[in-house]
Design a protein around this ligand. Structure first.
Ligand code: AMP
Length: 606
C-alpha cells in the first residue's frame, strides 16, 4: 500500500465541524437563554433535516458492503464519513475521536479494502493499542469486517499470552497485526515480526498510550518501521506530546476533529446507568417498570437490536413498535401516528429512522446503546422535551464506555447524573403506586353507560349478601381478577444489580480518583494519602521499563495508567506505588501476571 503522490496536494486540514452537509446525524443547535428551573439538567434542540450518505459512496467492494449490511450498519458515523475517503487515498491522518464513535471501522474498513489479500505474506499493517483488551477488540473488529475476504488474517499480540504461539501464527502469515507496544517490541527485537512489508501503522488511543508511559516504546517502534508508510493516529484528546508525535512522524496528515455544536436548552433531565451489556435488557425492563412516562423511545445501534429489544418488551406485555431503516417510509409514518395517538407507547429505533421525529407524548428517551458521538446524543435526547414539555433521558453505558459520559456532559454543558438500576423494592413501590393511581382514576371515572354501573352495583350487593362479606372483600376479589395470576410484587434475583454497582464503583474510582494525576506527576511519595507501595520481582536484569509495568498492571487491575504512581527499578526487583485498598482477587491475579517473562509476585512493602 505505497503512499500515493497526490496525497500531499490535498488541503492539509479537513476539519469536520458537525454541520448537515458533512455529517448525517446532527442538527443545528444554537445558544438560547435557559428557561427552566436551576436543578434540572437541560437542553434545547433546533432541528434541520440532513442528507445521509451510505457506505456505497466510498466505492467499497460488494463484499464489504454486504458485510456492513449484515452487521446492520445503515450509514457511516461522522468520523467514518470524514476519515474513510482520506485513508482510501493513502493519506496520513490524525483523528480526534473517542471510543464509541465508530473509529475502529473508520481505519479498519479502508485497510481491508486496500490490503493485498494473498495468504501467507508478511504483515502489511501494524495497529498499536494501549491495552490487551483493546488489541483483542480491534482484532475482532477486523475479523468481523473481513468475513467477505476469506484470505484476510489478523492477529492480536500482547504481553501475558504465549509468545511461541504468536510467533507460529506470525510465521504462517497475517495481514494485520494488532498489539500492545511492549509485546510488539519483543517480537521486533527477536525478529519474529517481519517488518519489511509494513506499509501502514495505526496508533489507537494515542493519549492513553502516553498516559500509560508507552510513548518511548511507540517511538522506538516507529523508528524500526519502513519510512514509506501510511500513518494513522487516533486520540480522544490532543496533549502536546501527541501533537509533537503527529508533527514528527506524519506527513501532511488530514486532521479530523468532530466539533460539538452549540446548544440551547429545554427541560430534559439526563442520567446514566452503568450496566454490563449482558444485563441491558433486564435493566431496560426495570427502568420501564419504574417510569411514570407514557411515551418512550429506545435508541439502539443497529436494526437487528431494535427487533430483538422490541420482541422482548412485547413478551412482557408492552405495546411496542420498531422504527428502523428496513421499515418503509409510509409504514414509518403510520407507526409514528400510532405512537402519537397512544396505540403504542414504546418505539425502538435506530438513529437514521428516528431523525427529526417529533411526538409530544415522548417523555423518556433511553439510549440502550451509547451513541456514536455527541451530536447523535443531542439529537436522540431532543426527541423528548418537545413543545416546552418536561423530558427525561437515560443512557446505558458499559463500564468501558463510562468515560464517554464525561465527554457528553461537556458537549451538552449539563451534568448527566448517575442513576441506580431500579431494585425490587423500588419496582414494588412503583407497582403499588400505579395500582393505587389506577384505582382512584377508575373510581372517579365510572363506566361510560350509566345502566352498566347500576348492574355492577347490584352484583356487588348480591355477592355481599350471598357470601356474607363486606364490600372491601368484594373489591379485593375484583382487583385479583384484574391483576391476573402473576404476582403483584416482583421477587426476582437482584444480586446482579449489586455486582453491577460494584463494577461501576471500581470503574468510577478508575475515572475520578486519579483525575488530576499526570504521568509526569509520578514523583508521588507512597506515604501520600491513598497510595501504597508494592514490590514486584522484575528488575533491570530482566530489561524491564516503567511502561512494561504500567501496562501489565493497568491491564490486570483496570486502573488507568495515570493512577499508577512512582516506579523505581532495581537490579532484581522494582517498587510501584498503587492506590490503597486493592481488592484481594485483583492482588492475587497480579501475582501471577508475567512481565518480561517473569511473574510479578507482587507484595506490599510494609
Ligand atoms: P468503536 O468506536 O470503534 O469502538 O465502535 C463502537 C461500536 O459501533 C462498535 O460496536 C461497532 O460495531 C459499532 N459501529 C461502528 N460503525 C458503525 C456504523 N456505521 N453503524 C452501526 N454501528 C457501527
Amino acid at each position: 500500500m505505497p503512499k500515493k503522490k497526490e496525497s500531499a496536494d490535498i488541503s492539509s486540514s479537513v476539519e469536520i465541524i458537525s454541520t448537515e452537509s458533512t455529517t448525517p446525524n446532527q442538527e443545528a443547535i444554537s445558544n438560547l437563554p435557559s428557561i427552566e428551573s436551576e436543578e434540572e439538567p437541560t437542553l434545547i434542540i433546533e432541528e434541520k433535516e440532513s442528507n445521509p450518505k451510505g457506505f456505497e459512496s466510498f466505492g467499497f467492494s460488494q463484499e464489504l458492503i454486504k458485510t456492513l449490511q449484515d452487521k446492520g450498519y445503515e450509514e457511516p458515523t461522522p468520523i467514518q464519513e470524514a476519515s474513510i475517503p482520506e485513508l482510501l487515498l493513502g493519506r496520513d491522518l490524525v483523528g480526534q475521536a473517542q471510543t464509541g464513535t465508530g473509529k475502529t471501522a473508520a481505519f479498519a474498513l479502508p485497510i481491508i479494502e486496500r490490503i493485498n489479500h494473498s495468504a501467507g505474506s508478511p504483515p502489511q499493517v501494524l495497529v498499536l493499542t494501549p491495552t490487551r483488551e483493546l488489541a483483542i477488540q480491534v482484532a475482532d473488529a477486523f475479523r468481523s469486517y473481513s468475513v467477505g475476504h476469506p484470505g484476510f488474517k489478523v492477529l492480536s499480540i500482547y504481553g501475558g499470552a504465549d509468545f511461541r504461539s504468536q510467533t507460529n501464527t506470525l510465521r504462517r502469515g497475517v495481514a494485520v497485526v494488532v498489539g500492545t507496544p511492549g509485546r510488539v517490541m519483543d517480537h521486533l527485537r527477536q525478529g519474529t515480526l517481519n517488518k519489511s512489508q509494513i506499509n501502514c501503522l495505526v496508533l489507537d488511543e494515542a493519549d492513553e498510550m502516553l498516559r500509560m508511559g508507552f510513548i518511548d516504546d511507540v517511538e522506538w517502534i516507529l523508528e524500526q518501521l519502513p519510512n514509506e508508510r501510511q500513518m494513522v493516529l487516533f486520540s480522544a484528546t490532543m496533549p502536546t506530546e501527541i501533537r509533537r508525535i503527529s508533527k514528527q512522524y506524519l506527513s501532511s496528515p488530514a486532521e479530523i476533529t468532530i466539533k460539538p455544536n452549540n446548544k440551547k436548552t429545554t427541560l430534559i433531565k439526563q442520567s446514566y446507568i452503568t450496566v454490563q451489556s449482558s444485563y441491558k435488557i433486564d435493566t431496560l425492563k426495570r427502568v420501564l417498570e419504574t417510569t411514570s412516562e407514557e411515551g418512550v423511545i429506545i435508541f439502539t445501534r443497529t436494526k437487528a437490536i431494535t427487533i430483538s429489544v422490541a420482541e422482548k418488551l412485547e413478551n412482557c406485555g408492552y405495546k411496542v413498535a420498531v422504527l428502523n431503516g428496513d421499515v418503509p417510509q409510509n409504514q414509518r409514518e403510520k407507526t409514528i401516528e400510532r405512537l402519537r395517538q397512544g396505540h403504542i407507547n414504546i418505539l425502538v429505533a435506530t438513529d437514521v429512522a428516528a431523525r427529526g421525529l417529533d411526538v409530544e407524548r415522548i417523555g423518556l428517551v433511553i439510549n440502550f446503546d451509547i451513541p456514536f458521538d455527541r451530536e447523535v446524543y443531542i439529537h436522540r435526547i431532543g426527541r423528548t422535551g418537545r413543545a416546552g414539555r418536561h423530558g427525561q433521558a437515560i443512557l446505558f453505558a458499559s463500564p468501558r464506555e463510562r468515560s464517554f459520559v464525561g465527554s457528553l456532559e461537556r458537549a451538552v454543558g449539563q451534568p448527566i447524573e448517575r442513576m441506580e438500576i431500579p431494585n425490587n423494592e423500588s419496582i414494588n413501590r412503583n407497582r403499588i403506586l400505579k395500582l393505587q393511581k389506577n384505582l382512584i382514576e377508575a373510581s372517579s371515572r365510572g363506566r361510560e353507560h350509566e345502566e352498566e354501573t347500576t348492574i355492577l352495583k347490584e352484583l356487588i350487593k348480591n355477592a355481599e349478601q350471598e357470601l356474607k362479606v363486606d364490600a372491601s372483600e368484594i373489591a379485593l376479589a375484583a382487583i385479583n381478577l384484574a391483576l391476573g395470576p402473576n404476582p403483584l410484587m416482583i421477587q426476582e434475583d437482584e444480586t446482579w444489580i449489586k455486582n453491577s454497582n460494584q463494577t461501576r464503583n471500581r470503574n468510577d474510582r478508575r475515572d475520578f480518583k486519579g483525575r488530576s494525576r499526570r504521568r509526569n506527576d509520578l514523583e508521588v511519595n507512597a506515604s501520600e494519602k491513598n497510595m501504597e507501595r508494592f514490590r514486584v520481582e522484575v528488575g533491570y536484569k530482566d530489561h524491564v521499563k516503567p511502561g512494561n509495568l504500567v501496562g501489565a498492571i493497568a491491564n490486570e487491575t483496570g486502573l488507568r495508567g495515570r493512577m499508577i504512581g512512582r516506579i523505581q527499578i532495581f537490579e532484581d526487583h522494582s517498587l510501584v506505588d498503587l492506590p490503597k485498598d486493592m481488592p484481594n482477587d485483583i492482588f492475587n491475579n497480579l501475582k501471577r501476571v508475567k512481565v518480561m517473562n517473569r511473574e510479578l509476585q507482587i507484595n506490599r512493602v510494609i
